[in-house]
Design a protein around this ligand. Structure first.
Ligand code: SAM
Length: 244
């Protein structure tokens, strides 16, 4: 019997979710970067910069960006690790990954771009100094498997960074709900010609584990010293954990 999982507020068969998520990102890929700037009023750039600062990366180190999409993080990581280090960009979706690879090339960075599922990473264990996943975990069918895979490929002493939408400070929730369920889909329709994908975005954020739950999930996956930083009143949280 197939188990069900969430796709936004809908329940779908587990083996259907990846296809539905692929449909979302095929549809939004062309306007993805513009929409990110518009939806967050540019804040996603600050959230990502903070993530890179918390990575503690040094020249020569190896980084894996999981669900890296259009490569915002990978480009900044590449600058940190210098040309003596390595950044690997991965994503399950070819439309997003192509854009990411092209943006890296345009930025003068030559880095491997690998199409793969975060739940089955094609890399050796104990290899990377840092693994990141930004706004990707929410879309994964088995988040526990994906986190375990990210832990597996980290070297001992390496860190996992999870940047993801989270639970906003309660007094701001009504205004945030109004924005997410009214303005966001309308913006998606206007700019990307697709309101459903942006409705999915709002719904998937509500279904995603809150700060403490994600922290426990990372601990379950074998990460230690897990802590999180709330950004923009908890609209987003950065979780960081170590493989010791
Ligand atoms: N990390 C980028 C950023 O912060 O701008 C892209 C985030 S985008 C919202 C989510 C990405 O997760 C999409 O590119 C999507 O294809 C990818 N994704 C979804 N499920 C995935 C999976 N199981 N394995 C790898 N990537 C996945």
């Amino acid at each position: 019997m197939t188990n069900n999982t969430d796709f936004g507020f809908q329940k779908v068969a587990e083996d259907e979710k990846a296809q539905r998520v692929a449909g979302v990102f095929d549809s939004v890929a062309a306007r993805y970067d513009l929409m990110n700037d518009l939806m967050s009023a540019g804040l996603h750039r600050l959230w990502k910069r903070f993530t890179v600062e918390q990575s503690g990366l040094r020249p020569g180190q190896k980084v894996l960006d999981v669900a890296g999409g259009t490569a915002d993080l990978a480009i900044q990581f590449a600058r940190r690790v210098d040309n003596t280090g390595t950044v690997v960009l991965t994503d399950i979706n070819a439309s997003m990954l192509n854009r990411g690879r092209n943006r890296m090339l345009d930025a003068g960075i030559i880095a491997p771009a690998v199409q793969c599922d975060a739940e089955r990473l094609p890399f050796a264990a104990n290899y990377f100094d840092c693994v990141s996943v930004a706004f990707g975990l929410r879309n994964m069918t088995h988040k526990d498997r994906a986190l375990a895979e990210m832990q597996r490929v980290l070297r001992p002493g390496g860190r996992l960074l999870v940047l993801e939408f989270s639970r906003i400070w309660q007094p701001l929730a009504p205004a945030y709900d109004a924005y997410s369920f009214k303005i966001l889909p309308a913006l998606g329709k206007l700019i990307a010609g697709d309101s459903d994908s942006y409705r999915y975005l709002a719904e998937s954020i509500r279904m995603h584990p809150d700060q403490e739950t994600l922290k426990s999930m990372m601990e379950q996956a074998g990460l230690e010293r897990v802590e999180y930083f709330n950004l923009s009143a908890g609209v987003v949280a950065l979780h960081r954990g170590y493989k010791l």
